[in-house]
Design a protein around this ligand. Structure first.
Ligand code: NAD
Length: 348
């Protein structure tokens, strides 16, 4: 099944950039709807696409972007757990009203397929491996707003016949992520800046790191699989990797000494987390194939190139604004923020 004309909201961000490159390689007709608050499209300058600049909450902008569209991948979001805790109304406005506006626009424009970028944040703390059958228990407003988006997907499928699919991304890593605060990007930036790494506890806590190119193939497969309509899928690597293993691999690819400081384990930190990708494998034919070690080496080289470019042109602020992303729900800072909030509320 061909995708037809594809609209990618938030197409200039980390996942969007990689998705556009993968979709363009298949000859897809692409429209990006982005307000340029984070991404600026610098990495897809040479890829054929049309930009509609604006906010996903603006109905006119959305209808302009969706005119004639067959499919939508909705990536644009407020992505900070920490900020969602300090300003839950704003998080709700962008993630719930924004998603609603795009869904409404899809119905009005006769769009056939809609994919929502969700995360493991709606699930909250669960015993791994996490799968689609778990009862969600979000621990942050961000997780709740993503869960609301999932609910609206289900309701728009039932009420209006829109072919919605929810994809819950694990910890995404890969190229074009210099602005992200996910653990891989953060550790790489610190190593390249000659700064040490802090490991909380024994470092045996585990995470599921999925390469963004594998993820992009999973998104495209969801758009092209008729049986994916009305369904939710966990998209991860299906592999459990400890923080110590990640740090060892980063040490090897970066070479030289990396100073590691161990600090006490933090209350509320999730010990193990990884994803059961069986449903995505069965229905979408999803087969993540990227190996962590060579992918980290490629990222390291690219990040260094970016650092050199920024230094050479003496740009003080990066062309892509740094964000504190919540999407990597297991990120150390974010876990700490959730734990702090729970402590403040007297739950821990
Ligand atoms: N990166 C991850 O590890 C991860 C994990 C789970 C889920 N997700 C989800 O995947 C999606 C993409 O994440 P990402 O890492 O590419 O984020 P990102 O911050 O790199 O990109 C988001 C893009 O959306 C645009 N945007 C933000 N608010 C907008 C608005 N109101 N209107 C229009 N455009 C807007 C930004 O300019 C940016 O280009 C998000 O929905 C996120 O919650 C990401």
């Amino acid at each position: 099944m061909s995708i037809g004309k594809l609209v990618v909201t938030g197409g200039y961000g980390f996942v969007g950039t990689n998705l556009i490159l993968a979709a363009a390689a298949r000859g897809t007709d692409i429209v990006v709807l982005d307000d340029l608050s984070v991404g600026d499209g610098q990495y897809v300058k040479n890829v054929s696409h049309r930009l509609v600049e604006g906010d996903i909450r603006d109905r006119d902008v959305v209808s302009q972007a969706l005119d004639g569209a067959d499919a939508v991948v909705h990536l644009a979001a407020h992505t900070s757990v920490v900020d969602s805790q300090t300003d839950p109304e704003h998080d709700c406005d962008v993630n719930v009203r924004g998603t609603m506006t795009v869904l409404r626009g899809c119905v009005d424009a006769g769009v056939k397929r809609f994919v929502l970028a969700s995360s493991n944040a709606p699930l909250g703390e669960q015993i791994p491996p996490v799968d689609e059958e778990r009862v969600p228990k979000p621990m942050s407003p961000y997780g709740a707003s993503k869960l609301a988006g999932e609910g609206y997907c289900s309701s728009f499928a039932a009420s209006y016949g829109l072919g919605t699919t929810v994809l819950r991304f694990a910890n995404v890593y890969g190229m074009y992520s210099t602005h992200k605060s996910s653990v891989v990007a953060k550790f790489l930036r610190r190593i390249q800046a000659g700064e040490g790494l802090v490991i909380y506890g024994d470092g045996e806590q585990t995470r599921d790191f999925v390469h963004v190119e594998d993820l992009a193939q999973g998104i495209l497969a969801a758009l092209q699989t008729p049986d994916a309509a009305g369904e939710t899928f966990q998209l991860g690597s299906g592999t459990e990797t400890s923080v110590l293993t990640l740090v060892d691999l980063l040490r090897q690819v970066a070479g030289g000494d990396v100073q590691i400081t161990h600090e006490p384990e933090r209350p509320g930190e999730i010990r193990r987390n990884w994803t059961d990708i069986g449903k995505a494998q069965r229905i979408l034919g999803y087969q993540p194939s990227k190996q962590l070690a060579p992918s980290l080496a490629q990222m390291h080289e690219w990040f260094q190139g970016q650092r050199a470019e920024v230094t050479e042109s003496a740009i003080v602020s990066p062309t892509v604004s740094p964000t504190v992303s919540a999407d990597d729900f297991m990120d150390a800072d974010e876990e700490e923020a959730v734990a702090k909030r729970l402590r403040d509320l007297g739950y821990l």
